[in-house]
Design a binder for this molecule. Structure first.
Ligand SMILES: Cc1cc2nc3c(=O)[nH]c(=O)nc-3n(C[C@H](O)[C@H](O)[C@H](O)COP(=O)(O)OP(=O)(O)OC[C@H]3O[C@@H](n4cnc5c(N)ncnc54)[C@H](O)[C@@H]3O)c2cc1C
Length: 356
């Protein structure tokens, strides 16, 4: 049986743990933090909005992979421990002009997906807001994961399948066939998967130089109150709003090269002001705001594939780690078990950036 050690227990590491166990590997996952994550935990995954949004206005180089990953969320939900943490209600996308709305619909249609232009009245019906907004589009293929619920569900699922998850265990260094923890425990492996988010140390980067390309991208979210629950995700030009299991979040800032996880009133105030301009009098802050650190890659797409001998990276998911978690696990599993790598998967290899 192939022994795989995964470093990092965010949505990427946990998704890989489940998938690799399904494939028959013996899986050990090492996570530096404690088990019960909150929005203030260092993992980007816990702080995220959790939107599963594969469609954009313009074509993008890895759009097929995004749609495949969205499809995997739907199929894997059935019977999963985290099933009640994911919803697929679609999204309303705001556009600055009729031309932008038409471009969104055309791009969705080109990919075989449905996007429906909404009149101002239909916007109100879809969203429950009294404000009537022109040029909005409804997209069927969009969802949202409640991060804390799904992270705990993925951990339950991985354990139920026989994976060993070691929380409070910092991977201090690694070689091709072993990971050494901060307390000197040695975890031997036939393959190592690195999913450390934006938190790789110098010693981890020495064993997997492609991780040096990742920069931190601070993102802030504000919890908001609406007069009624939001039946869909709302995506505007400079803000979005997502209804999760127990709250609605308004997001998100993008502040590169920041590792601090402090929410500041100036930036969250800008988010609230953008939402207020679009929907006057409809949104009130609910009292909580927080920040997470996204692992940003040079092109905004993840690096998934081999780095040094026996070491695979699954990192740099930037703004779309939740969306892309299931396909990441699929690709990593193919590499670990030596299966065929589809060209669109190979295109996400860290090798696309050359030698770090
Ligand atoms: C505000 C905000 C909003 C977002 N919204 C969305 C969204 O709506 N949709 C979407 O798809 N994505 C969103 N994202 C992006 C998404 O959250 C990230 O891309 C994704 O969570 C990255 O997951 P990860 O598992 O790679 O990293 P992380 O979640 O950061 O997890 C990495 C884990 O590795 C652990 N670790 C690091 N080094 C070690 C070590 N040496 N030993 C042991 N453990 C280690 C860390 O403790 C951490 O728990 C958002 C992010 C933020 C911050």
């Amino acid at each position: 049986m192939k022994r795989v050690v995964i470093v990092g227990g965010g949505v990427i590491g946990l998704s890989c743990a489940v998938r690799l166990r399904q494939g028959g590997a013996q899986v050990t996952l090492l996570e530096a933090e404690a088990e019960h994550a909150t929005v203030f935990s260092p993992a980007a995954s816990a702080a995220a909005a959790g939107m599963l949004a594969p469609l954009e206005r313009a074509p993008s180089p890895h759009e097929a992979v995004s749609l495949d990953s969205f499809g995997l969320w739907r199929t894997r939900q059935h019977g999963a421990e985290w099933a009640d943490g994911v919803r697929f209600d679609g999204a309303v996308v705001l556009n600055a002009s009729e031309a932008d709305a038409a471009a969104f619909c055309a791009n969705a249609e080109r990919q075989g997906r449905r996007a429906t232009p909404l009149s101002a009245g239909q916007f109100s019906k879809r969203t429950g807001f009294a404000t009537r907004i022109q040029n909005a589009v409804f997209v069927d293929d969009e969802g949202v994961a409640d991060p804390l619920r799904v992270l705990s569900g993925l951990a339950m699922q991985a354990r139920a399948m026989g994976a060993l998850i070691e929380y409070n265990t910092d991977a201090a260094s690694l070689s091709a066939h072993a990971v050494v923890a901060h307390d000197d425990r040695v975890f031997e492996a036939d393959a190592i998967v690195l999913a450390p988010g934006a938190w790789a140390t110098e010693r981890i980067m020495a064993a997997a130089p492609s991780l040096k390309r990742i920069r931190p991208g601070k993102g802030q979210l504000v919890q908001v109150e609406l007069k009624r629950s939001l039946p869909v995700t709302l995506r505007g030009g400079d803000f979005y709003m997502a209804q999760r299991r127990e709250d609605v979040v308004l997001g998100a800032t993008m502040e590169l090269d920041r590792y601090d996880r402090v929410a500041d009133k100036a930036r969250t105030g800008e988010l609230l002001a953008s939402a207020e301009r679009a929907l006057p009098g409809e949104i009130a802050p609910a009292g909580r705001a927080w920040a997470g650190i996204r692992p940003m890659s040079p092109d905004g797409w993840p690096m998934i594939g081999p780095d040094c001998e026996g070491v695979f990276v699954a990192a740099g998911h930037s703004r779309n780690g939740w969306l892309l978690a299931p396909i990441t696990a699929e690709i990593i599993s193919a590499y670990v078990f030596g299966a065929e790598i589809a060209p669109e998967w190979a295109a996400l290899s860290p090798a696309r950036f050359g030698t770090a």
